[in-house]
Design a binder for this molecule. Structure first.
Ligand code: GDP
Length: 613
């Protein structure tokens, strides 16, 4: 067969062979599969009228087009498929109950609370948590682990319900986007004084798309002007018809604030589950399920809340969760009590993993430590490759608009670090939903829980990404490295603020006037208690200079514990001083703020006017 040539470069044309490429692959990946030079594929694409760079990740259609041109059958493999194949190579099937019907026992429904902002989702989750303590387990203090279980009596029988404790559909969607099904039933909260609002409809659509039955909680019926009937009427338009109007959706009027009719709502959940779902699982097999929330804890290491979906998870089991693995050292339930095992639909906090899995990552128990490690390593390698494959050039939010106008990049690369996987997922999915026109794509190269590290800066610098720290700061030498490499690192503590700024930058409207400059950091070595001044931190200045009356924040395990503090008192030995330099010890008083611990870091900063570039 005659090989085509582009600009004098010979191209290895295929003979219709099938090549498999990951979703989001680049021309370089394609070239590697067929043993061609990436530049020649760029040229081929140009001939076809598409300008793409060799390393840019391209659409499924572009890969197919290139495949047709080069005479290869391109098969695009989704990340979920890739993972299924990986597990199959270890003879593991994920997602199915083992054995036949006779092995299945009923399990409690898993519920997510969704609805418009301020309609009372958080309040409702609190109300449910407080009013219900599983009989015989009274006394346990509920801990926030990302999910909890309550019991309610329905037709004289005690029935359990599991609640995912992160309100809102962001987490729900993020998990679904990863192919994870976490929820059996959605409670749609609608405030009776406000009625159906945009996010009500969005939530409803997400639940429908996921094929999850909905129970409507008409909230705030205690408020004057509340009109529960109107809510029923409004929702009819969206296909949710109340039972009393001949439909099949249960509506319950509640007041989360006054704890009114919470029991009826729980009953409605159980009845809806019984009527429309067959919730059964094999409780005997090796446990499988999903990670709901995870974070790094200084004392305990990686801490992950997992929801067991089938099988029983036991202390001592070897598990893989996303790219984390390990032996379950201990498990705690939602009351903070140690448990030995957890069956289907039970959320438990697991200790013993090597690192922090992402929200929505699947988990499974395997027979051997070695298998767990291999699966985790393969997954980690895949993520790394995917991230590195997407390198382009360096940008900052300020010059983004210019670069975009010059047509230099079509893609804004982001690295997101946060304090908990739930918030990272929520931020990521909100950012990915930003409507920024056709010219630019937002791509998240890496996401994770914990401080912004040197490795994050490396990745950012290699791929011109902007780093977003949500409720976390940089650790070690990451800040200096970012300065040196010119990597733009942005810190936020409010999701909306992060979204607004990125959106503004994309629209070329960002006008920064002040920037934060770090002055110094101090590590707390000792704590002195003074009856007059409260807690005084005995510190060693780790970097820069700490000055009296400057702004400070408190960082614990890489996470920001408190913002907007002031260095009110500064002492060396018995003397008040105005500043202390790197390498020296001293005492710091943060005014009324007393929540300090040994090993915390006090970081001081000031706001400086930023030169316009
Ligand atoms: P979310 O944004 O949906 O999580 O809403 P929140 O749970 O934070 O509630 C928003 C506001 O409404 C808070 O000030 C709550 O105290 C208030 N709220 C929630 N439920 C009720 C209710 O049943 N009655 C009244 N009067 N206020 C409520």
């Amino acid at each position: 067969m005659q090989a085509p040539s582009v600009g004098g470069v010979m191209l290895p044309r295929g003979g219709g062979e099938t090549i498999r490429l990951s979703r989001g692959a680049s021309l370089t990946d394609f070239a590697e599969k067929i043993g061609a030079n990436p530049a020649s594929l760029v040229a081929v694409m140009m001939n076809l009228g598409e300008m793409v760079t060799a390393t840019q990740s391209v659409s499924d259609e572009t890969l197919q087009l290139l495949g047709d041109e080069m005479n290869y059958t391109v098969q695009i493999v989704s990340p979920e498929e890739e993972d299924r194949e990986l597990l199959e190579s270890f003879s593991i099937e994920f997602g199915e109950n083992e054995g036949g019907e006779e092995m299945l026992v009923s399990r409690p429904p898993v519920v997510t609370v969704m609805g418009h902002v301020d309609h009372g989702k958080t309040r409702l989750l609190d109300a449910i948590r407080k009013t219900n303590v599983i009989a015989g387990e009274a006394g346990g203090i509920t801990q926030h682990i990302g999910a909890y279980q309550v019991a309610t009596e329905v037709n004289g029988e005690e029935r359990a319900i599991t609640f995912i404790d992160t309100p809102g559909h962001e987490a729900f969607t993020a998990m679904r986007a990863r192919g994870a099904k976490s929820t059996d039933i959605a409670i749609l909260v609608v405030a009776a004084n406000d009625g159906v609002m945009p996010q009500t409809i969005e939530a409803l659509n997400h639940a429908k798309a996921a094929d999850v039955p909905i129970v409507v909680a008409v909230n705030k019926i205690d408020v004057e002007g509340a009109d529960p009937t109107k809510v029923r009427g409004q929702l009819t338009e969206f296909g949710l018809v109340a039972e009393e109007y001949g439909g099949d959706t249960m509506f319950v009027d509640i007041s989360a604030k006054q704890g009114l009719h919470i029991d009826s709502l729980l009953e409605a959940v159980v009845l809806t589950a019984d009527a429309s779902l067959d919730l059964r699982a094999n409780a005997e097999q090796d446990a499988q399920g999903i990670a709901i929330e995870a974070h790094l804890d200084r004392g305990r290491g990686a801490v992950a809340t997992v929801l067991v979906q089938r099988g029983t998870l036991r202390v001592g089991d070897t598990m893989v969760a996303g790219d984390a693995y390990g032996r379950v050292r201990a498990m705690l339930d939602d009351k903070g009590q140690n448990v030995e095992e957890a069956g289907p639909s039970t959320p438990v906090l697991v200790l013993g993993l090597t690192n922090v899995p992402g929200a929505g990552d699947n988990f499974l128990v395997v027979d051997e430590d070695r298998t767990a490690r291999q699966i985790a390593e393969k997954r980690a390698a895949r993520e790394r490759n995917a991230a590195f494959a997407k390198r382009t050039r360096r940008v900052s939010l300020e010059d983004l608009d210019k670069v975009l106008k010059a047509g230099e990049i079509q893609q804004l690369n982001l690295i997101i670090k946060g304090d908990a996987s739930g918030s990272v997922e929520a931020l990521e999915s909100s950012l990915l939903q930003l409507d920024v026109g056709e010219e630019v794509d937002i791509r998240v190269l890496h996401r994770g829980v914990g401080a912004v590290t040197e490795s994050d800066i490396n990745l950012a610098s290699g791929s011109d990404a902007i780093v977003i720290g949500f409720n976390v700061r940089a650790e070690g030498r990451a800040t200096q490295m970012a300065d040196r490499e010119g990597v733009d690192v942005r810190y936020y503590s409010v999701i909306y603020q992060a979204i607004e700024e990125i959106e503004a930058a994309l629209k070329g409207m960002l006008k920064p006037e002040y920037e934060e400059v770090e002055l110094g950091t101090a590590e707390i070595r000792e704590i002195y208690r003074s009856s007059k001044l409260g807690n005084i931190a005995g510190v060693l200045i780790r970097s820069g200079e700490v000055k009296r009356n400057t702004k400070a924040r408190l960082i614990r395990d890489g996470k920001v514990i408190a913002e907007d503090l002031t260095i009110q008192g500064l002492r060396r030995f018995k003397d008040d001083v105005t500043e202390i330099r790197e390498g020296y010890e001293g005492g710091i008083n943060l005014g009324n703020f007393n929540d300090i611990k040994i090993d915390d870091v006090i970081a001081t900063y000031e706001m400086r006017e930023k030169p316009r570039g």
